[in-house]
Design a protein around this ligand. Sequence first.
Ligand code: IMP
Ligand code: MG
Length: 177
Amino acid sequence: MLTNMKVLLSREQIAEGVARIGKQITQDFAGETVTLVGVLKGACLFLSDLARQIELDATFDFIAVRSYGTKKESAGEVQLIKDVTTPLEDKNVILVEDILDTGYTYTFLKKLLMARKPRTLKFATLLDKPSRRLLPVEADYVGFKIPDEFVVGYGLDYAERFRNLPDICVFAEDAEK
Ligand code: IMP
Ligand code: MG
């Protein structure tokens, strides 16, 4: 790959975290069906792997948001750019995110999804940066708590790049070779 960025979480560690969350969801919703709602684009790799670790009847949907700000910082203003295409009423909805940072995105999406009257709404995030939180948000399923570093790979981007790195790396401006 075209980078020598430092690996924070290897593909093997990621796979273990994803399997752990899949197992928890399988237990928590035993005998029920779940609707996974992935937040584009960052969560699409996580959703793809997580779905295969959930041994339940499951459906997928996707939602996309844009948050204004710089390449690394959210400005706290979130806009919907693509809605789900299936009704969520009375469904067990699990919102699937790549990373929980300030909490603005989840706060926005929770309000939007709750208005659809799901039976339950849970939040699964692969990564959590608790030290960055500006709104009081906690996820129901967390893969890894990480320090305040900007990370890329496994769906996470810097200016749309590096989503296809198989490991999660600490972004470094000068790491391309
Ligand atoms: P929040 O709204 O601040 O909680 O941020 C959530 C969104 O910010 C995520 O869905 C990511 O798109 C982006 N984000 C936050 N931290 C990182 C990071 O370290 N790398 C890449 N994207 C990030
Ligand atoms: Mg994202």
